[in-house]
Design a protein around this ligand. Sequence first.
Ligand SMILES: Cc1cc2nc3c(=O)[nH]c(=O)nc-3n(C[C@H](O)[C@H](O)[C@H](O)COP(=O)(O)OP(=O)(O)OC[C@H]3O[C@@H](n4cnc5c(N)ncnc54)[C@H](O)[C@@H]3O)c2cc1C
Ligand code: FES
Length: 251
Amino acid sequence: MCKAKIFDKSYEIVSNKEVCRGYFELKVKAGSGLKHCSPGQFFMIEVPGVFLRRPISVHYIKKDTLSFLYKVVGKGTTILSDISSGEIRLLGPLGKGYDLGICKTFNHVIVAGGTGIASVYFLAMKLGKKGILYYGVRSSKDLLCLDKFEKLGWKIKVSTEDGSKGHKGYITDVLEKNLKSNDMIFVCGPVPMLKKVIEVAKFKNVKGFGSFEEKMACGLGNCQGCALKVNGKIKMTCKDGPVFKIEQVEL
Ligand SMILES: Cc1cc2nc3c(=O)[nH]c(=O)nc-3n(C[C@H](O)[C@H](O)[C@H](O)COP(=O)(O)OP(=O)(O)OC[C@H]3O[C@@H](n4cnc5c(N)ncnc54)[C@H](O)[C@@H]3O)c2cc1C
Ligand code: FES
């Protein structure tokens, strides 16, 4: 669990480059204050000319580099992708990340859909023990970070909706066939995928954690805009999450 302070300050941009069509990696100089930042946490990124900051997960922190991996989808990320130097204002690290302490005895299974891969790479780095990555995307041209997971020694199962690589269809079909009782799931992806993973996990009596990326405005628990029902109670995804136990989330 992260004990890091929340900072609201400007960071020097190291680079902001397109790593694959429509996907960018932003690297900033992190300094020493972010050592305790945990996988699953995120920052609200201030984009010039845009009213609300945009939430983006920590892709990784290595030495003094803080990295974000993002897809260009709308106004904020389009403007962000045009910035290549100077400084950028970030609020964070925010939210509660994955609790790594209780996962040691299980087989680690990461399930990522689309840009969900961005935050789970930091998780794979920190988990220590290797596991299996189940990674689903629309097409092979959307596949990111495979080399990074390979370098960490993870086994990788891929699915594409158009059949251009790996299993044709959804990655949850592959997960359903292979999930074992002593697996522990870590999932990040779009809501339909999260729903299916929760269903499969319940059926197989497997526990896990999911990162739930609700639309966010403040990122601090003040606007009530990111409410999610967890264990029968309303929780703020930005403050109480974004990581929750999957068996407790009602989507
Ligand atoms: C905790 C968290 C972590 C995230 N991490 C990543 C990441 O690592 N990489 C990545 O590519 N994307 C990530 N997202 C999604 C990302 O925040 C949105 O794609 C981005 O805000 C879209 O902004 P836009 O202005 O380009 O699009 P627009 O659609 O124009 O955005 C309009 C508004 O909706 C919000 N919004 C739109 N889509 C989303 C979304 N899917 N989730 C949350 N808010 C949204 C924006 O913040 C903004 O306030 C994350 C979202 C959350 C909540
Ligand atoms: S984004 Fe404002 S309460 Fe969560």
